[in-house]
Structure formats: C-alpha cells, structure tokens
Design a protein around this ligand. Structure first.
Ligand code: SAM
Length: 254
C-alpha cells in the first residue's frame, strides 16, 4: 500500500537541521523531508484517512519523535517554545492541561525534574500511560471537581501552567472556535489561582490569538504577552499559542 518515491540524498532520510528556527530554537527545529511516501486508497480507507496517513508518513517531526521516544510530534512545539522563552527550569513546578498522550509532559519532566526537585502534574480526559515522576489525573478538566483535584496533587503553587487542550474538531469553524476559547479561558481561571509570581501561562488558542476577556486578563496580569506559532505547528492548522510571562499575581481570585 505504501509506495516510496524520490527522497533525500541517496534516498535516505535527511538529518535534523540543528540551525533552523530563529532565536534560541536550535535543536528542536527540523528541515526538509526524507522519502516521500504515497499511499494508495485502500478498499476501506476514506480519502481523508488516506491523506492523514500520507501526511504522517511524510512528516519529519513524526519520524524524529519516534526516534527520540516522544509520544507525540507535539513534543517539539513545547521544546521550541522553551528554547525561545526558557520557562522549564530545573526544579520548576508545572501543570500540563490536556496532557495525553504525553509528549509535553515528557519534555517538561525531563527538564524540570532532573534536579531531583520540581513537580509535574497533568490531566486529560483520555487515559494516558504513566510517566515517571508525573502525577496524572484521568478527568475532564471542565468538571467542577477538576481544579481542586489538580491543586491537591500540586500541593502548592505552580511556576508554569501549560494548556494544549483541544476538543475534537467538529468541522464547524465557529463551534470549534468557541470550544477552544472556553478551554483556554478555563485554563487561565485555574492558572490565575495557582501561579506563583513570575510564573508562565501557555495555552493553545486559534489564529487571531486570545480575544475578549482572556486577552484583557492576560494583558493585565502578566509582564509580557506573545502569540507564537512554533515551527512544529502545522502550517495548515489554525492553532497558535499564547505565551504569557511574568505573572504579577495581583488579581488572584482566592
Ligand atoms: C493536542 S492533544 C495534547 C497533546 C499533548 N500536549 C502531547 O504533547 O502529547 C489535546 C488533548 O487535550 C485533551 N482535552 C481536550 N479537552 C479536554 C478536557 N475538557 N479535559 C481534559 N483534557 C482535554 C484531549 O483529550 C487531548 O488529549
């Protein structure tokens, strides 16, 4: 079913380009492609699943994630964000909202837990294989009891709250937009309660960035606010990340 066509030098996959990616992004950027894989439409495979499979087979981040033992290609987005903004410091306390299958948690745990200190807490509505040193909640973050359960696991303040949460796309643009805005807003309501002064909040939003009340609150509560599309984020995806640095801690709800 899989046909190999063309390719890099001598038909082998290209090596990761360690120089691409702009300021501070060395090591997590990849360039070029290896072999181009074409997938024939199989009897029971729909055109869209054929396209998905073809994209996976030709995605250098998918190949590199497999090579480095990351559970998702999304791991590179966090690596690239951290290489630019340096928030995953050894000993930091991190919350990962929408953690499954665990790529971001792997990256964060490797960086913050290596000093023997630090804390990693994650939550996902989907079940996730355990990760050493990471406390995981298998729960809907939008459930009433989720914030308290997360706080109980965290046992104190957080230096970083990450949200890569995304509900499955419905294909209806407005509905998908409303869902992701609601997740990002709820993520920030939680972050505002647990972040330590100086803390970092990162959340997936859609093109156009944070809007309305969320944008207002982030501008008010942080020293610096950026909208970033890391190189590993697919160009055809509308996702973008809001990166809020230097939590002022003056508007904590409780
Ligand atoms: C893009 S994936 C996260 C990938 C992850 N950052 C990684 O590197 O492996 C988005 C995740 O958000 C989770 N999610 C969406 N809505 C959620 C909710 N209400 N509560 C908890 N998790 C949620 C999904 O189940 C999914 O696993």
């Amino acid at each position: 079913m899989v046909q190999k066509k063309g390719g890099g030098p001598k038909g082998g996959p290209r090596q990761p380009d360690m120089t691409r990616g702009g300021r501070g992004q060395r090591g997590a950027g990849l360039s070029g492609r290896g072999l181009t894989e074409r997938v024939k439409t199989a009897h029971k495979r729909t055109a869209s699943s054929t396209r998905w499979l073809e994209r996976q087979l030709n995605d250098p981040y998918v190949a590199e994630a497999k090579k480095r033992g990351f559970r998702s290609r999304a791991a590179f987005k966090l690596l690239q964000l951290d290489e630019r903004f340096h928030f995953l410091k050894p000993g930091a306390r991190v919350v990962d909202l929408g953690a499954a299958p665990g790529g971001w948690s792997q990256v964060a745990a490797e960086r913050v837990l290596k000093s023997g200190k630090g804390k990693m807490v994650g939550i996902d509505i989907l079940e996730m294989e355990p990760l050493p040193g990471v406390s995981l909640l298998h729960l809907d973050f939008m459930a009433d009891e989720a914030p308290e359960k997360l706080k109980a696991l965290l046992e104190g303040e957080a230096d970083v709250v990450l949200s890569d949460m995304a509900a499955p796309a419905t294909g209806h643009q407005r509905t998908d937009h409303l869902k992701i805005v609601a997740l990002a807003e709820t993520a920030y309501a939680f972050a505002a309660e647990v972040l330590a002064p100086g803390g970092t909040f990162i959340a997936k939003v859609l093109q156009g960035g944070a809007t309305g009340d969320l944008l207002k609150a982030l501008k008010r509560d942080f020293a610096e606010l950026r909208h970033v599309k890391p190189p590993a984020s697919r160009k055809d995806s509308a996702e973008i990340y809001v990166v809020a640095l230097g939590f002022r801690g003056q508007h904590r709800a409780s």
